[in-house]
Design a protein around this ligand. Sequence first.
Ligand code: ZN
Length: 191
Amino acid sequence: MPSPIGHSLIGLAIGVAAMPGETPGTPLPRRLFRRRWMLLGCMVVANLPDIDFIPGLLVGDMNAYHYNLTHSIGWAVLVGFGLWFLLRAVRPRTGLACLVLLLALLGSHLLADFWCEDRSPPYGMPIYWPLSNRWHTAERPLFMAMDKDTFRDVFTLANLPAALRELGIGLALCLGGLGVHYARRPSQGFR
Ligand SMILES: [Zn+2]
């Protein structure tokens, strides 16, 4: 699986692409600062399926419960709708665009993990649950696996090439997201 670096940058790219258009000439830092909470939320939601690391951390093996049902389309849809209803309860003007954004963020996590090298069985994840319980993974991974048996392993030099690849892909996606944002008129985009 990509680390939080990769998932956060992918979430940021999606958030930037979804930001409402701004008046031409508005500096980029101001555009980003104005939407800081939205962008932060996008990065958090893009990491949400990895919540299954928490029980593993408690028993001393980060991977003990990883790559299970939180890495499935069924879970992503349930959580996407759950978060959307919660947001609507707090902010009744929350529209369908928000639901699409939430599903895109959760889906981005599944896609990134699907296209990541997996070194230990069962390979992949039950991405089609509840329609199928079979584990699936891409034949030609885009992201490299990281050592992460314990929290300490994550910060070893051996993980540097994988982290740099995530950084490169993530930043390229963010540039793409900026392209989408700049192509928007002020009235267009997520609200
Ligand atoms: Zn994951």
